[in-house]
Ligand binder design. Structure first.
Ligand SMILES: Nc1ncnc2c1ncn2[C@@H]1O[C@H](COP(=O)(O)OP(=O)(O)O)[C@@H](O)[C@H]1O
Ligand SMILES: [Mg+2]
Length: 367
């Protein structure tokens, strides 16, 4: 093991009441070529004080000291996050005490009679310590970036919903209003036209216009169906009916009650979950039938969409460019809920959204 790695001198805190042993320790480290600075203390107060005011890379401690043991010193250190490795450097203390010390988290134990081992033990303890610090930092960084990703997703989802609502309003107010006015004018022209050709053109324009009006209605419905105002059960039923008509796949909805009161945000999460699950069923499942169950029993909203299709292939949920189910997972989290996906090849797929309904009744309003 390389003891001569280029590092700043090792800062050692040495808890030792014997000057001779302290000198021996320093000499051993010097001989091993281990650059170091050392601060020696021999009382618990001085030890505590040194910890408060100094920064150390390693702590060496004799076991038996006047009026206390190394374990009292360890108790001061062990609660601190990122504390340096703590090594017992002592005369024989008996197997039971040594086992106890290691169990409590002490980095290592070196007998003064085997002082030559010390440089290696320090190196190893420092490596373990650095690896642990790096691991803890990586875990903190990961948690932080997961948190940021969740916040970004929530922000994006709510921006999308706001944008959808705004586009839908504009289609309704501007385009819908103008098209309806043109429809009236065309009808007037048709009624007052003298020439048959003008009448024909007015009729052709009217039917084109009706087509455009239907299209704008359809786009508005898809952006944010007004049926959501009638509650989640009605909205899911409406979604299922439309899906059945378009796809020809039998789609049944079963609900624990005729209406389920939900806050606007939970309702939207449930609606988008049903919508994506149906889209997936038509895109991927080759299903014959779909069953949707919705219930609010036991203070939890559960929405289950099951198909009898081909089931998911291996790795389907890890596909790089598939964000449907990942988005639903993140959406569920925004209302403290979660999404379960279960699927077996040839036996269909079930998507289950669960959301605890712990919010106060004042918040439970429809959008
Ligand atoms: N109902 C289903 N039946 C079979 N496979 C499915 C079903 N739903 C999803 N999958 C699989 O899981 C993948 C991920 O789905 P999703 O996240 O919604 O992304 P996308 O639909 O855009 O591919 C799909 O590409 C598909 O392979
Ligand atoms: Mg999808």
């Amino acid at each position: 093991m390389a003891l001569h790695t280029i590092r700043l001198p090792l800062r050692i805190l040495h808890l030792e009441d014997s000057v001779a042993d302290h000198e021996l320790t320093c000499m051993t480290l010097r001989r091993a070529g281990m650059a170091h600075t050392v601060h020696q203390v021999d009382t618990l107060d001085a030890f505590r004080n040194a910890l408060c005011h100094g920064a150390f890379d390693v702590i060496l401690a004799d076991y038996n000291l006047p009026g206390f043991t190394a374990m009292d010193a360890w108790a001061l250190v062990s609660g601190e996050t990122g504390h340096p490795p703590f090594i017992l450097l002592s005369g024989a203390i008996g197997e039971a005490a040594a086992v106890d010390a290691m169990r409590l988290g002490i980095a290592d134990y070196v007998l003064k009679d085997e002082m030559a081992r010390l440089p290696h033990v320090i190196e190893r303890a420092r490596e373990v310590h650095e690896a642990r610090m790096a691991r803890e930092q990586a875990a903190r960084d990961l948690a932080h970036s997961q948190q940021r990703l969740a916040e970004l997703t929530e922000h994006l989802q709510s921006s999308i919903e706001q944008e959808r609502a705004a586009i839908s309003r504009e289609i309704h107010d501007d385009i819908g209003g103008s098209l309806t006015a043109i429809l009236f004018d065309l009808a007037w022209i048709g009624r007052h036209a003298q020439q048959a050709e003008v009448c024909r053109h007015a009729q052709a324009a009217t039917s084109m216009l009706q087509h455009a009006l239907e299209a704008s209605q359809r786009i508005m419905m898809n952006l944010r169906p007004p049926i959501l105002d009638q509650g989640i059960v009605a909205a899911v039923q409406w979604l299922a009916n439309g899906f059945e008509q378009r796809s020809g796949v039998t789609t049944q909805v079963c609900s624990s009650s005729a209406t389920i009161a939900l806050s606007a945000d939970i309702q939207l999460v449930a609606y988008r979950t049903a919508q994506e699950a149906l889209t997936n069923a038509s895109k991927h499942a080759r299903a014959q039938a779909i069953q949707i169950d919705i219930a609010d029993t036991g203070g939890v909203l559960t929405l289950e969409i099951s198909d009898d299709g081909c089931g998911m292939e291996d790795g389907a949920l890890r596909k790089a460019k598939s964000f449907g189910l990942r988005g639903l997972r993140e959406r569920a989290k925004t209302v403290d809920g979660w999404l379960d996906v279960s699927s077996r090849a040839g036996e269909g797929t079930s998507i289950i959204l669960s959301v605890p309904l712990h919010r106060s009744s004042e918040e439970e309003k429809t959008p």
